[in-house]
Structures are given as C-alpha cells and as structure tokens.
Design a protein around this ligand. Sequence first.
Ligand SMILES: [Zn+2]
Length: 139
Amino acid sequence: MREINRIICHCTATPEGRVQTVEDIRRMHVKDNHWSHIGYHYLIYLDGTIHQCLDESIPGIHCSGYNKHSIAVCYVGGCARDAKLTEKDTRTPAQKEAFVKILTELHKRYPQATLHGHREFAAKACPSFNVHEYDYIFK
Ligand SMILES: [Zn+2]
C-alpha cells in the first residue's frame, strides 16, 4: 500500500446545478489533458452519491507535488452560474452529507492523514469552501 498522509478536497469548477459524471471528468482528464488516468479518487454527484473513479492504491493527478501520498475527493460544482465562473460553495445538502460519509471512511482507513483543500497548495479557489468545517472528523 502507498502511504497516505493527506486527504485533499476539490471541486469540478463547474456552474451550480450542472451535472457532471465520472465519464465526463475522465474524458476531460484522459482525452483532453492526455493524462494516463482520471485525476480524482472519488467524485460526489449533486445528489450526494459517491462514485469511486480510481483505486486508492494508484496516485491521483490532482495536486501538483502532493499526488503521491494523498487521496483526492471532488464534488460536482464550485462555481456560480455567471460568465466569470465566480467561486461559490455550491454543495447541495446531500453533497455536504456525502463529504461526512467519505471523509469518515477515509479517516478510518488512514488515521494519520490530515484534511486539506486544494487551495492550500495552489493559487486556486478550489474547492470553494473551507474544508476545515470537517476537521472534527479527523480528531
Ligand atoms: Zn482542485
């Protein structure tokens, strides 16, 4: 098993309410970006369902310099429905609950790992909310 020391949260940076599936993201990452595989391990749909995209044993492609020892959890959304795609916490109530579920599971599997938002490591708004509201899960 690879060592996991960080759980890093992301958003798809798509407008509020727009559906995005694992296949949409995979197409973007593999076909458009020419990556070897999809970047995230988990994708949380608007309805709160959690979809595994990548085996946890395989490093994701999601946070430059931090992929090797992290797990990536991404939710669909993160932008307002305006032309500028302004950052916005668009999590639906179901997505908020899904974060609790997946982060609780990941904390059980990787008790030493800490929780982070992508924006802690890059000049980005991602994931458009403060992930540390979930820090209580990691105590
Ligand atoms: Zn991100």
